[in-house]
Design a protein around this ligand. Structure first.
Ligand SMILES: Nc1ncnc2c1ncn2[C@@H]1O[C@H](COP(=O)(O)OP(=O)(O)O)[C@@H](O)[C@H]1O
Ligand SMILES: [Mg+2]
Length: 234
């Protein structure tokens, strides 16, 4: 409890008459990598927005004691700011010199292998590069909780594989608690130590891939949690 970077109890979120999250409990421990799976429209992004403090119109308790950063499916870079400026956008700017900001940005860009692109304009980057800038922008805040909302969803297959490796490296180096939203079961099983399934407004299943003896069996069980049976496609 004392070392949780996110603690949610009995969270309910409604949009008008529609209840999207209903009595949801969730804890993310410091340094833990958690994946959150759920069907489209199940409330994954809503939950992330609540954790990021972007939506306070909720019932229940939400405790995120440290710094939180978010990266979305789209990198959301400002095209009129150079890459390095985008990286430090979310930092407190008062009393911080331009040189200091530049140093922080360069360090973060080096970690995502983009040091040489500091002075480029965002529109000159590939999709994968832009997404790496978005990761650098999230990391430069040294978050205790890193929220990733389908960050690889818009990337081609090879870039996605490279990004998986990069995110794991960054996680090992900085050890934030990570909550990765994805609808890709294989991605969740590959990256996370704990895989959660969101359905009907709450967490309905929890799996620990590292402790699973039979990967194929686990994969089938997670798909079943999501309402997918592989026979259905045969
Ligand atoms: N601002 C909003 N106003 C009304 N309904 C919303 C709003 N944001 C999300 N929803 C609804 O909440 C449900 C969950 O959305 P979302 O969290 O985006 O799902 P997911 O990310 O799992 O696909 C959807 O039915 C969506 O239409
Ligand atoms: Mg979503």
């Amino acid at each position: 409890m004392a070392d949780a970077v996110a603690e949610i109890r009995d969270l309910t979120k409604r949009f008008g008459d529609r209840t999207v999250l209903s009595g949801l409990d969730l804890t993310v421990e410091r340094g833990e990598f958690v994946a959150l799976l759920g069907r489209s429209g199940s409330g994954k992004s809503t939950l992330l927005r609540v954790l990021a403090g972007l939506d306070n119109q909720v019932e229940g308790s939400v405790d995120v004691p440290g710094t939180v950063s978010v990266a979305f499916q789209q990198p959301r870079l400002l095209p009129w700011r150079k890459v390095w400026r985008n990286v430090v956008l979310g930092l407190r700017q008062e009393g911080v010199s331009k040189a200091r900001n530049r140093t922080l940005a360069e360090k973060a860009l080096a970690e995502v292998h983009l040091a040489e692109h500091a002075d480029d304009w965002p529109l000159t980057l590939s999709g994968g590069e832009a997404q790496r800038v978005s990761l650098a922008r999230a990391l430069v805040r040294e978050p205790g909780l890193l929220l990733l909302d389908e960050p690889f969803g818009a990337l081609d297959a090879l870039t996605r594989i490279a990004m998986h490796g990069l995110v794991q490296d960054l996680w090992r180096r900085h050890r934030p608690g990570v909550l990765l939203v994805t609808h890709d079961v294989d991605e969740a099983l590959l990256l996370a130590g704990r895989v959660l399934v969101l359905d009907g407004g709450r967490i309905v299943a929890e799996h620990r891939p590292r402790e699973a003896a039979d990967h194929d069996d686990l994969r089938r069980r997670v798909l079943a949690d999501l309402g997918v049976t592989e026979d259905a496609h045969a």
